[in-house]
Ligand binder design. Structure first.
Ligand code: PNW
Length: 455
């Protein structure tokens, strides 16, 4: 495997607050929409919830020790809004900020660059009660929250992500109802779309006013869309879905262009925009983060916008039944650079769910090693071809709360035993560590990580 990465390339790993922290009531915090959603019958597999999760809230020092041992250059984490502004508004809860303050200091002490995500889906329940993202004041709420976090941390955190995967929380949370808040309400989703577009730009503006030296970006999930056949109808359905999934937010933000897809997707609920709102939404950012997992295969089913046939993935697939297609990572990086560049890019998430047996403190997750190796190879190729890819974050540092799948799907490079909270670095974690070390030593080739991992 060739390793064409510049010296300052950031190899990291990512997590999110709700998925790992637990302790939703600690030090004055209040529940988020995910705490509420988990209480709904059949919302989350096996009735799992985030009350304890990986207990990272108490075990963070241990987790940072793991990060240090893995030789990571960077760590991407998210801040839980309900710890900072428990009721959504009012003065910030300093004790909530303390948690991320000490986390940041420890990362810096370990020479690990923090990348902070402001919103990874855990909206304060109090704000949802007022209408959540459909409320016209939600961009102000988000700007206030941004100010609270940035006033404390912008002097030390260099990389800021406003939103994680806006399309996913909009679509799964408000159109299909599979994620919190669990609505199937196109009118609500349409308003939320508009307010999230405005909230991001208000947040970027706030961040810039807090510090001139930070870099500000976004993390979006981008997938290649593949028609099920060469039939014109399949091709048309595929391009509809591609626009909806990949460009619903990015075109307005980064190209100041409103894709027709919004009108088609939201129909009569499409919100009205004034000229000044549109230009307010369009915002310059320093980097675009791409979360890449798999491609989507689409067939025509009906002319109704969202009624397309999602074709089964081609094997091999992961435990999520997500198709493995490493070339797709190169394709989406190239696509993003051509469409939205010039712009720095990061792979802010990439990884796979597999359950592997644990024996004598060893987790032989060869399939995950192959997944990472093949995807990192595509990153190396992208760098060789001049795509300004600045870093890569493995999803995820820890096995954690995988949203509606609960703890059943394991994405970690570190195994978590959810009854004892013991952590075990998986072989994929050691593979990643060795790859990072090889790059730091200036090696251009990774000695093929033969499957000696089979002990
Ligand atoms: C992302 N989809 O979620 C999130 O950013 C992570 O929090 C999550 O754990 C990870 O990917 C793995 O799922 C997604 O349905 C959830 O297309 C759903 C989809 C994509 C990404």
């Amino acid at each position: 495997m060739s390793l064409n990465f510049p010296d300052n390339f950031l190899f990291g790993s990512a997590t999110s607050s709700f998925q790992i922290e637990g302790h939703p009531h600690a030090k004055g915090a209040q529940p988020s929409i995910w705490n509420t959603f988990c209480k709904k019958k059949f919302a989350v597999k096996n009735g799992h919830n985030g009350t304890i999760a990986c207990n990272h809230y108490e075990l963070w020092e241990k987790d940072l020790e793991i990060i240090r041992r893995l030789n990571l250059d960077s760590y991407r984490f998210s801040v839980a809004w309900p710890r900072i502004l428990p009721a959504g508004e009012g003065p910030p809860n300093e004790k909530g900020l303390d948690f991320y303050d000490q986390l940041t200091d420890r990362l810096l002490e370990y020479d690990v660059t923090p990348m902070l995500t402001l919103y990874h889906w855990d909206l304060p329940e109090h704000l949802q009660a007022k209408g959540g993202w459909a409320h016209p004041q939600s961009p102000d709420w988000f700007a206030n929250y941004t100010r609270a976090v940035a006033s404390r941390l912008a002097d030390r955190v260099p990389l800021w992500v406003t939103f994680n995967e806006p399309w996913v929380f909009l679509h799964l949370g408000m159109v299909t109802g599979e994620h919190a808040p669990g609505y199937r309400d196109p009118a609500h989703a349409a308003m939320a779309w508009k307010h999230v577009l405005l909230a991001h730009s208000r947040s970027v503006e706030t961040l810039r006013s807090c510090s001139e030296s930070i870099e500000v970006g976004l993390a979006c999930n981008i997938s290649p869309f593949i028609p099920a056949s060469s039939d014109e109808k399949d091709i048309e359905a595929t391009s509809r879905m591609e626009a909806y999934h990949n460009r619903l937010f990015l075109d307005p933000w980064l190209k100041d262009s409103f894709p027709d897809v919004a009108d088609h997707a939201f129909g009569r609920y499409t919100p009205a925009w004034t000229e000044s709102e549109r230009s307010e939404a369009a915002t310059e950012i320093d980097f675009l983060g791409i979360n890449y997992y798999s491609p989507n295969r689409i067939a025509h089913q009906s002319d109704t916008f969202l009624e397309v046939g999602i074709r089964p993935p081609k094997p091999p697939v992961t435990d999520m039944n997500w198709e493995i297609y490493p070339e797709g990572l190169y394709e989406v990086l190239e696509w993003a650079f051509e469409r939205y560049g010039p712009l720095d890019l990061y792979v802010t998430e990439n990884g796979c769910a597999y359950t592997d047996s644990v024996g004598n403190g060893i987790v032989k997750d060869n399939r995950r090693i192959h997944y990472f190796k093949n995807h990192l190879e595509q990153c190396s190729k992208a760098v060789s071809d001049g795509i300004p890819l600045k870093g890569y974050y493995a999803w995820s540092l820890l096995d954690n709360f995988e949203w509606s799948f609960g703890y059943e799907k394991r994405f970690g490079i570190v195994h978590v035993d959810f009854s004892t909270q013991q952590r075990i670095i998986k072989n994929s974690g050691y593979f990643y560590r060795d790859l990072i070390t090889s790059v730091k030593e200036g090696k251009k080739e990774l000695v093929p990580y033969e499957d000696p991992i089979i002990f």
